[in-house]
Design a protein around this ligand. Structure first.
Ligand code: GRF
Length: 214
C-alpha cells in the first residue's frame, strides 16, 4: 500500500503540484494524503482541493505560539496516519522537538546546491557570487536551518544575462523533478540514511536539459 505523505506549504505550491502529479501515477509508492498551509488563501490550497486531497490551514501568530502551532500540526498528521512529511515552500522554522519527532521522515527542498547559500534570497546570492552552476537540494531536515543529509540535487547552469527571476525559473524546473524522485527513493527504502550521509542509490543528481547541449 502507498505510504501516506503530508505536504506543508506557505504559498503557490508548484512543488506540491509536482508531488501530486508524480504520486498519482499508477504504481507510485507514496500518496499525498494531507496538505497543510500556515497561510490562508494561498494557491497551493486550491491545488490540493482540485486534486481531492484534504487541505487544512493551521495559522500561528500572537494568538498561537510555536508549541501550540506544532501541537496542532502533529495532531493533524497523526490523525491522518501520515508517515512522511514534505516541506515545500513552508516558510516557518520548526522547533528541534518537532524535527526530532519526524527524524529521517521529514524532507525539505531548498533552492540552492547546499551547503552553498542556505537561508533566503539564494538566487540573488548565487548571481552576486558569480557561480556558474546553481540548483536545488532535497534533504532530510535537521534542527539547524537548511542542513541535513542530502537526498537528491538538481543542477542548472547560470547563464550570462540571468537575473533573479530567470534563474529561479530554471531552478524550479529541476525542483519539480527532484522532489518526486527524492520522495520515491526514500519511501521505497532505496536510500539508506547513515548519520549525516545518504547512500544506496547512484542516480541522485539531476541535470537541467541545457547541460545536454554541452
Ligand atoms: C521553492 O523554490 C522551494 O525551493 C522554496 O520555496 C519555493 C516554493 O515554491 N523552498 P512553490 O510554492 O513550491 O511553488
Amino acid at each position: 500500500m502507498a505510504r501516506r505523505v503530508a505536504v506543508l506549504i506557505s504559498g503557490g505550491g508548484s512543488n506540491l503540484q509536482a508531488l501530486i502529479d508524480a504520486t498519482a501515477r499508477p504504481g507510485a509508492g507514496t500518496a499525498i494524503a494531507l496538505v497543510i498551509s500556515n497561510r490562508p488563501d494561498v494557491y497551493g490550497l486550491t491545488r490540493a482541493r482540485d486534486a481531492g486531497i484534504p487541505a487544512l490551514v493551521v495559522e500561528h501568530g500572537p494568538s498561537l505560539a510555536r508549541p501550540a502551532f506544532e501541537a496542532r500540526l502533529t495532531a493533524a498528521l497523526e490523525t491522518a496516519g501520515i508517515e512522511l512529511v514534505c516541506l515545500a515552500g513552508f516558510m516557518r522554522i520548526l522547533t528541534a522537538g518537532f524535527v526530532e519527532r519526524w527524524r529521517d521522515r521529514l524532507l525539505n527542498i531548498h533552492p540552492s546546491l547546499l551547503p552553498a547559500f542556505p537561508g533566503l534570497h539564494t538566487h540573488a546570492r548565487a548571481l552576486a557570487a558569480g557561480v556558474l552552476a546553481h540548483g536545488c537540494t532535497v534533504h532530510l531536515v535537521r534542527p539547524e536551518l537548511d542542513d541535513g543529509p542530502i537526498l537528491v540535487q538538481g543542477l542548472v547552469p547560470v547563464l550570462p544575462g540571468d537575473d533573479e527571476s530567470t534563474l529561479a525559473a530554471r531552478v524550479l524546473e529541476v525542483e519539480h523533478r527532484c522532489y518526486p524522485l527524492a520522495l520515491e527513493l526514500l519511501a521505497s527504502g532505496r536510500l539508506i540514511v547513515a548519520g549525516d550521509r545518504v547512500a544506496g542509490h547512484e542516480h541522485r543528481l539531476l541535470l537541467h536539459p541545457m547541460f545536454a547541449a554541452g
